[in-house]
Design a protein around this ligand. Structure first.
Ligand code: PDD
Length: 279
């Protein structure tokens, strides 16, 4: 059984960063992008990365191979290590690395076909939401507010603008145009968000990355949330009121198909690579 000393700064202060990487058919989706984001998170908290990209790639590959599931979610956590309790950084502490995998808990067919409910809530988090920090108390409180209301997510509002949701990024669709807030200190730069943007651009869908006022969210034809474990999910109830006609919309159907096609493309490419000699 893995154990962590009680004085680990991840336990005492939430002083660490993490990643959640989706794995389909034993292929990690956008692994390099996840590892690069982790590097940015580590840089932001001034913690030296204990491994390089090649070593992380190998480690993730080992974990994926050792577990029985084809589809997994790999969790990586790096904390500032074990030291006597003092908020200032300790000299010479070794970062604690923790990696685990769980079977991928994908959205249910019902969630895809009927959509999910969300509430809105004031975004009371700090001004470094771009860091994928393990200090997630605010996100836990917000996610629980959603759970108490029987919803999957809390969509967050700061100064009248949508930021993101408690564990995912947010898109609104109006008259065929997809709108999502820009990546800045207010949101986590989601790897799935980037994937959705790439797929939308490739398919020539109308897209605007710009501030998203609350009123536009409430008047949207469609709302989606995205994350590594949710993929892209349609939101059909917002604070108890129907979104658009209350059913997942045609733009969602299009994006869902693009996403599935992308996953199939990646799996084909990985299989083709494995069949090449000398690999
Ligand atoms: N959460 N915003 C927040 C606050 C998140 O916690 C997440 C992901 C995202 C989406 O990022 P990505 O597409 O890279 O998964 C956006 C992960 C899945 C979690 O904490 O479990």
């Amino acid at each position: 059984m893995a154990r962590v000393p009680v004085l680990d700064r991840g336990f005492i202060f939430g002083d660490g960063v993490y990643e959640v990487i989706p794995v389909y058919g034993r292929v990690a989706l956008r692994l390099r992008e996840h590892l690069e984001r982790m590097q940015r998170s580590l840089d932001a908290i001034r913690l030296a990365n204990p491994l390089d990209i090649e070593a992380w790639t190998k480690l993730v590959g080992t974990i994926v191979a050792r577990n029985p599931w084809d589809d997994q979610a790999v969790y990586i956590q790096v904390t500032r290590g074990v030291a006597p309790r003092d908020q200032a950084f300790p000299a010479g502490a070794q970062p604690t690395v923790f990696v685990m995998a769980n079977p991928m808990s994908k959205p249910t067919i019902e969630q895809r076909e009927r959509g999910v409910g969300v509430i809105t809530a004031e975004d009371f988090r700090w001004k470094r939401c771009d860091i994928k920090s393990v200090s997630l108390l605010a996100n836990c409180l917000l996610r629980q507010m959603a759970a108490d209301a029987g919803c999957v997510e809390a969509v967050l509002l700061r100064d009248g603008l949508v930021t993101e949701a408690s564990t995912s990024n947010v898109f609104a669709v109006k008259s065929g145009v997809i709108v999502t807030p820009p990546k800045d200190y207010r949101i986590l730069p989601g790897i799935t968000l980037d994937l959705v943007l790439d797929l939308a651009r490739e398919a020539g869908l109308a897209l605007e990355v710009r501030p998203l006022p609350e009123a536009e969210l409430r008047g949207a034809d469609e709302i989606w949330v995205s994350s590594s474990t949710k993929e892209v999910l349609p939101v059909t109830r917002l604070d108890g009121a129907p979104v658009g006609d209350g059913k997942p919309g045609p733009m969602y159907a299009r994006m869902y198909q693009l996403y599935q096609d992308y996953k199939a493309r990646i799996a084909r490419r990985a299989r083709a690579c494995m069949m090449q000699p000398n690999r």
